[in-house]
Design a binder for this molecule. Structure first.
Ligand code: FAD
Length: 521
């Protein structure tokens, strides 16, 4: 739609308070809503994977996307929370003759701030948290120098896709970059790729790179993510054994997959299971090997773990649970996988998905890392002045529950945004309840909150079916929830967790109980 032209969008009477309505205006989906008395109009697709915002949760003026919980301010389309990176397109609205008319305000872009701040901010790690921080610094008006340093040769990209559509061969490489070169150039974000930071002097805030050069910054953000673990068994270094952390890993795996036959996936965490799902889509025979009795039991509990297992088995995945990888053999290439019970599997490739550890080697001797992670406070600040950390490496210690380190995409992006504000001396925004999703065989399992353990799990709906919500309680308090096919209720539970409110187990289990507005104190 041309900017500046008024178009009829809907009858005014069609807009009830708080009800999201999608209309098509000049072939574009537009969302209309009467929120707190005012009619607002904005783009109806979430900029992240085109989630259907009309099915989202509207709370006051905050609209949450049902797909991956990005949040927007419905009044001006402003992005409030990732994984979306862009604001929504917005429209002027007028009422005339009982009709709602809209006029496009044009595409939403992050402006390059005016000003001449002389400071340099260094960001180590061009991944989820690092990219989010760089963008947020500009959004928050920082006009100084931003240097985003990454050791991969690819710029920031959609890492979660590597084990999903990208591995399945359903999305091309050109869809992976979070942003294009022009974006970074316009916002004067210098992206230095293929550069590994090998040391840091926290007192002078100086980084040393692998080529021996140094960089000094007024503020530094550490956002180096995780390193995938390689099980220490004989033969694990053979060609044909693949990790799955980076784009280079994914490309090597795809190039090394057999045309047909079997692949062993070692591990039954979410990345391993997503890989299993994607490899089945390629028509390969998939064997999952893991010591666990039930996949993802530690995260979701036995009921949902069994549901996941059945989902995989129905799609043809073969599990070898209660067993570990004992060795890999082959004449110059992985061909035979030996399990701890003596079983042999004849394979064309091995995918290693046994977990990760924080990427913090370069912090050795700096005093910034503790137990192989970087402790941070509510501002994402480390113990050293002017140095912040975010994402997988950050061990968050604040008033919002016990220390926690969360290895998930949305949380990393949120922490990157929080860190950026703190680097500018701005007050921290309230923390959102941690959220993650995993998609396997076309089904999205979602999780909100943080419950490394729990005393009681309560279900709304049947965990063996396709529509359920699980609540994880400790000490009578709801700590986290998981869902399949109940996106809105999961969002609502997240909002209750953020408000410090707990629905009773009976309320959570009762499908008639409205989680959006109630919840006992
Ligand atoms: C295959 C896969 C699928 C996933 N799927 C999901 C999902 O569905 N949902 C979900 O919530 N999460 C998912 N995750 C997890 C999510 O991607 C991570 O939690 C998130 O990327 C962490 O963000 P980060 O910024 O901390 O680190 P990363 O995004 O890993 O970025 C860190 C960057 O720093 C670079 N780096 C490391 N050390 C150095 C150094 N010394 N010098 C310079 N650069 C360095 C790394 O190369 C990397 O590019 C997935 C992860 C993988 C690997």
């Amino acid at each position: 739609m041309e900017s500046g032209e008024w178009r009829e969008a809907a009858a005014e009477a069609a807009l009830e308070e708080g009800r999201l309505v999608q209309v098509t205006v000049e072939e574009k989906p537009v969302l209309l809503v009467r929120a707190q008395g005012r009619i607002c109009a904005c783009g109806a697709e979430c900029p992240h994977y085109k989630g259907h915002l009309v099915k989202g949760q509207l709370s006051g003026h905050v609209l949450t996307c049902p797909s991956h919980n990005a949040r927007f301010d419905i009044r001006d389309g402003r992005l409030l929370s990732p994984p979306a990176l862009n604001d929504l397109a917005t429209y002027d609205v007028k009422l005339e003759g009982g009709k709602v008319w809209v006029r496009s305000r044009g595409a939403a872009v992050i402006p390059m701030p005016a000003g001449s701040d002389g400071r340099t901010f260094l960001i180590v790690g061009a991944g989820a948290a690092g990219n989010a921080a760089a963008e947020t610094l500009r959004r928050e008006g920082f006009s100084g120098r931003i240097l985003l340093i990454g050791m991969e040769t690819a710029g920031p990209y959609d890492r979660p896709s590597l084990s999903k559509d990208y591995l399945a061969g359903e999305s091309p490489a050109k869809w992976l970059p979070l942003r294009g070169e022009k974006f970074y150039a316009r916002l004067a974000i210098q992206v230095r790729l293929g550069s590994r930071v090998v040391a840091i002097d926290p007192r002078s805030r100086t980084l040393t790179l692998a080529d021996g050069s140094t960089l000094q910054g007024d503020r530094i953000l550490l956002a180096t993510g995780s390193v995938a673990l390689r099980p220490p068994v004989p033969g694990i270094e053979l060609p044909g054994c693949f990790m799955l952390r980076s784009l280079a890993d994914a490309d090597a795996l795809i190039a090394g997959l057999p045309q047909s036959g079997a692949v062993a996936v070692i591990g039954a965490g979410f990345i391993a299971l997503e890989a299993a799902s994607s490899l089945r889509k390629r028509g390969l025979e998939v064997h999952v090997v893991a010591p666990d009795a039930i996949p993802m039991e530690k995260v979701f509990g036995p009921e949902i773990g069994r549901r996941l297992k059945r989902l995989h088995e129905e799609s043809g995945v073969v599990f070898h649970l209660g067993r570990t990888l004992a060795g890999v053999q082959g004449n110059g290439r992985a061909r035979d996988v030996l399990l701890s019970d003596g079983t042999h599997l004849e394979v064309g490739a091995v995918v290693l998905g046994v977990g990760v550890r924080p990427a913090v080697e370069y912090l050795a001797g700096s005093g910034l890392a503790e137990a192989a992670a970087v402790p941070v406070d509510s501002r994402q600040a480390t113990a050293a002045d002017g140095i912040f950390a975010a994402g997988d490496i950050a061990l968050v210690k604040d008033a919002g529950g016990g220390p926690r380190r969360i290895e998930h995409w949305v949380e990393a992006e949120r922490q990157g945004r929080h860190a950026a504000r703190s680097m500018l001396g701005k007050t921290p925004l309230p923390r959102e309840a941690p959220f993650f999703w995993t998609r396997q065989h076309g089904k999205s399992f979602k999780y909100v909150g943080h419950a490394p353990g729990w005393e009681r799990a309560v279900f709304r709906g049947d965990p063996q079916g396709d529509s359920f919500l699980a609540g994880y309680y400790t000490g009578g308090l709801l700590r986290a929830a998981a869902s399949l096919g109940r996106d809105l209720e999961l969002i609502q539970v997240g909002q209750l967790l953020e408000a410090g409110r707990t629905p009773s187990p009976a309320e959570l289990a009762d499908p008639g109980f409205d989680l959006s507005s109630k919840g006992s104190a």
